[in-house]
Structure formats: C-alpha cells, structure tokens
Design a protein around this ligand. Structure first.
Ligand code: HEC
Length: 298
C-alpha cells in the first residue's frame, strides 16, 4: 500500500507543476495583451532580434587592425558573382581592364587615347567604327551638357554659370595643356580620371568634385570624346571641312561668328556656337579607336 501511494504521489507531482506553469503562462501572456508599458519589451528568446551589427567602414576593437571590414584572404581568386566565365557582367565586377576602368596603362600612367573597348561599351554592336564614334560623341555631348557645362560651360571654356562663381576657376579645355598628349593633363586617361575621381590639390582641397557616382566608365569615355570634339571645333578651318559640313555649318549660324580661330576674348560672349557632333570634323576623319582627336589636327 505504502508503495502504491508513494508512487501515486510521485506521479501527481510533475503533473501539478506542469499545470501550474501552464496556468501561470496563460496569466503572464494574458496580462501582456493590450497593456502599454515604458519598459523594454519582454523577450523570451532574444536570439536575433537584437543581434549586434557594424556599419561598413567603421571600427571595432575585435580585430587587431581595428577595421570592421575584412580584407580578402591572401590568394583569393577574383571571380565575380557569375559562374559563367564568359558572362559579360564578370568584367564589370572584376574591373581588371586597367585602361577601360581606370584610364591607366600597365605602368599606371594615364593612357593617351580612349581605349577601343570604350566604343564597344558605349555602342555595343555598332555597324562600324564610324557609327561607334558618332554614338560616343553624341552620348558624350549629352552627358557633358548635364554634368560639366554648369562649370566648364557648354563650349568647355571654363565659363559656365556655376563655374564663374566657383571657388576656383574651372579649366578651359582649349588651353594647350589639355590638348597636348605629350603632357599628362593632355591625355585622354587624365581627363577620364578627373571626371571619375575629381581633382584634389596638394593641400588636400577639393578643386573639382568627383562624378564617378553619376558617370560610369563608358559615359566618362564618351565625355572625353566630346571634349576632344569641342577642342577641335575651335581650331578647325573651313578648308579642313567637307563641302557638306561647310554648308551645314553655314546653315546653322551666321557666317561672321564661325570661330576661325580661338583668338582674343571668349566666343561664348559672341554666339551660342555649340558645335553639332554630327558635323564635327573628327567624327568623319579620325581613324577607328581614336575619336575626336583634336591633338592630331593642329
Ligand atoms: C562644380 C564645378 C565643376 C563641374 C561640374 C565640373 N568641373 Fe571640372 N573642374 C572644375 C574646376 C574648378 C577645375 C579647376 C581646378 C583647378 O585646377 O584649380 C576643374 C578642372 C577640370 C579639368 C582639368 C584637370 C587638371 O588636371 O587641371 C578637367 C579635365 C575637368 N575639370 C573635366 C570636367 C568634366 C569632364 C566634367 C563633367 C563630368 C567636369 N569637369 C565637371 C570644376 C568643375
């Protein structure tokens, strides 16, 4: 008997505890419903609700070098997100083509000319190189007018509406140092880099803000092509044009303001002489891969 009773008691005990817990939790949960409190919420399983996080580029004592972002493991093979080695998006992610993505040659110096790949990127599948060059200049003019003309002026003479009020005077692209490819400032690669990265002087002051956020690599090269076209448009002589180009030019503006030479003063004060890319001489006379090559025309 004693045995049986004690067994019964032993069985009853856990049952009573379970019942008590059940009732208790119903009361606790019931008590939470609709109740407002200034206290932090009760979290039974806080797991991932409040997991710690770090912002990119921030610091942490956790790592010896104090950086929260970890460098690649040594020997990592760059591959990109795609598993297809021929996926064109791979190149865009890996940015291994120095000339196209950074405007530099193997030794890190700015390339003298727009890389041929730029035209492929601007006008994929263009009928011929002439069509690709025209597409680049047309696109470049559009981007230039949007992003550069405010400071550098529609003609690239540095006299844009914002430019004349800017802390330092924007560059005039018709200066010799931006046309002579034997000096760094005259290379296509340098202009590309200034567009993408901006210009910081020796004291660390930002002279020109970077436009890499708004102008991708292909567009930056297109702008370079258009800057070369603008430069050429100031120095080309009527004799250097085809009859067709001449008559188009004569149709589009009064003969007396055709800029035969850059000469004294600013042509911007004279007439709205924005050259038409379609009739711009370099588009029809330069060899494939070297569009709008003003340097060679002087
Ligand atoms: C907010 C005004 C502003 C805008 C917009 C701007 N620039 Fe500039 N840029 C400047 C100024 C100012 C300088 C001259 C800095 C100096 O030499 O003191 C300059 C200089 C340059 C130079 C000469 C760099 C050198 O080595 O001296 C190039 C090339 C250039 N800009 C290209 C561009 C192009 C292309 C765009 C459009 C994508 C552009 N800039 C948009 C203000 C601007």
């Amino acid at each position: 008997m004693t045995n049986t009773r004690s067994r019964a008691i032993r069985v009853a005990k856990p049952g009573a505890i379970a019942l008590g817990m059940g009732l208790g939790s119903v009361l606790v949960l019931g008590g939470c419903r609709g109740e407002r409190s200034e206290e932090p919420p009760r979290q039974i399983f806080p797991d991932m609700d409040d997991s710690p996080k770090w912002k990119p580029q921030s610091g942490s004592d956790f790592f010896v070098d104090g950086r929260i972002m970890r460098p690649n493991v040594a020997g990592t093979v760059a591959w990109g997100r795609s598993t297809d080695p021929n996926d064109p998006r791979r190149a865009a992610m890996l940015k291994e083509d120095d000339a196209f993505y950074h405007g530099t040659d193997g030794a890190g110096a700015p390339v003298a000319y727009i890389p041929a790949g730029a035209f492929e990127a601007i006008a994929p599948g263009a009928a011929d190189s002439q069509a690709a060059i025209t597409a680049a200049i047309t696109r470049g003019r559009q981007r230039f007018d949007i992003y550069c003309s405010a400071c550098h002026g529609y003609q690239g003479n540095g006299k844009g509406e914002v430019g004349v009020r800017w802390s330092s005077l924007p560059a005039n692209f018709h200066d010799e140092k931006f046309k002579d490819r034997s000096v760094e400032t005259g290379t296509d690669g340098h202009i590309f880099q200034v567009i993408r990265n901006g210009l910081i002087d020796q004291t660390g002051a930002v002279k020109m803000p970077p436009y890499g956020h708004a102008v991708n690599e292909a567009d930056a090269w297109a702008i370079v092509a258009y800057v070369r076209t603008l430069q050429a448009s100031w120095t080309i002589s009527l004799e250097g044009m085809s009859q067709e180009q001449r008559s188009e030019l004569e149709r589009s503006r009064p003969p007396e303001v055709i800029p035969a030479a850059p000469a004294a003063g600013s042509p911007s004060s004279g007439a709205p002489a924005t050259p038409s890319p379609a009739s711009a001489p370099p588009a029809s006379t330069t060899p494939a891969g070297t569009p709008a090559n003003a340097g060679e025309r002087q």
